[in-house]
Design a protein around this ligand. Structure first.
Ligand code: KG4
Length: 344
């Protein structure tokens, strides 16, 4: 069989924050996606960079091994290795980058660098064996909301995307996590806020909303407002958080989602694009998903929500991006270094 007829098998590696992940994608179809989380950060209420890179060092070999075994491919079938170059924590990125360079050299396969944010968007194109495949059509808008980013991206093609709005300070996930922390909830707090919000009144408390022009976001004012609101009320009633937990969570979540949705609606209006998608860890939020579905119905958007497991940090999204870069012959040299901060 000549090279042209061989299937394209991409090994993807993700290590930008606190998840070590490896995945295999064959001709665009996912065969495995292994994610090892890091419990070590829980007691600190946030990711500790040095501990994250040490845990990546321990996890990377077993995670890649499992991904290859689960996919049922041999190492010699791998066509290329794709890895997250950034943005992320430098020490964590270095582990994945070094592993990918070593694998590329020893297996004699091309190296492909992937922007983590581009990966989150292209997660929408991961195909599953024997499952319906309904990717968005170009051009589309993607609301990318995670622990480190809040952006509205205009996607013109697989590898052609433009950020048209982004946070000027904190990300939406950070607002969820930091507000959860001041309420004494475990890290990461987003899923806990989501859980308690289901039982609470979203209109019970009013929190501040930013006045930022255009399509940009800001969440730091809300975070400070929430902190001072709790501090003032705790002075009057030390049980304030416990007694109002569900209403606090519901009102906070309602405010964050209002902020996210108002700019997304504006982006649809300004661009005229009604193909709308969502990506990143915060897209797991049930309130946000509900708001998106309501607005999609109201304004006739074609809304595409990715499978839950591909919204969080994972290597399947890196492998699928690697697949499109491979088709485009976009390879990287061994002199590549990770970037803590990169734009799309
Ligand atoms: O994309 P992701 O896995 O990685 C980072 O960017 O770090 O996103 C993690 C973020 C965290 O801030 C977490 O609290 C948030 O996603 N998150 C949620 C929910 N599930 C995860 N936020 C709100 N509601 C959720 N259900």
């Amino acid at each position: 069989m000549d090279n042209e007829e061989r299937p394209i098998v991409i090994l993807g590696i993700e290590s930008s924050c606190d998840d070590t992940s490896a995945a295999i994608i064959k001709d665009g179809v996912i065969l495995s996606n292994i994610v090892a989380g890091q419990k070590v950060h829980e007691e600190y209420g946030g990711v500790v960079p040095e501990l994250a890179s040490r845990a990546h060092q321990q996890n990377i070999i077993p995670v890649v091994d499992q991904a290859i075994k689960k996919a049922g491919v041999s190492q010699s079938e791998v066509s290329a290795i794709a890895f997250t170059r950034g943005p992320g924590l430098l020490g964590s990125l270095l582990v994945g980058t070094s592993f990918a360079k070593g694998f590329s050299l020893s297996a004699g396969v091309p190296l492909i660098e992937v922007n983590h944010l581009q990966g989150h968007v292209l997660a929408l194109f991961i195909q599953e064996n024997n499952e319906p495949f309904n990717p968005p059509s170009f051009p589309f808008l993607c609301l990318l909301v995670s622990g480190g980013n809040s952006q509205i991206i205009l996607v013109e093609d697989y590898l052609k995307m433009k950020v048209i709005g982004q946070t000027i300070d904190d990300a939406a996930g950070e607002a969820f996590d930091k507000c959860a922390k001041v309420m004494g909830l475990p890290y990461p707090g987003g899923p806990y806020i989501d859980k308690f919000a289901k039982e609470g009144d979203p209109l019970k408390f009013e929190f501040s909303r930013p006045r930022i022009p255009g399509l940009d976001y800001s969440f730091s004012g809300l975070k400070t407002n929430f902190l001072y609101f709790l501090r003032d009320n705790l002075k009057e009633n030390p049980q304030f958080i416990e007694e109002n937990k569900t209403d606090l969570c519901a009102s906070l979540q309602h405010t964050i989602n209002d902020i996210l949705m108002s700019k997304l609606k504006r982006a649809v209006k300004e661009t005229g694009i009604k193909e709308v998608t969502i990506a990143g860890g915060v897209s797991a939020n049930s309130g946000l998903r509900g708001r998106l579905q309501d607005d999609a119905k109201k304004y006739s958007w074609n809304l595409i929500i990715p499978k839950f497991e591909y919204t969080m940090d994972n290597a399947a999204m890196i492998a699928i991006t690697g697949y499109y870069k491979y088709l485009n012959k976009e390879f990287t040299g061994q002199d590549v270094v990770p970037f803590a901060r990169t734009q799309l």
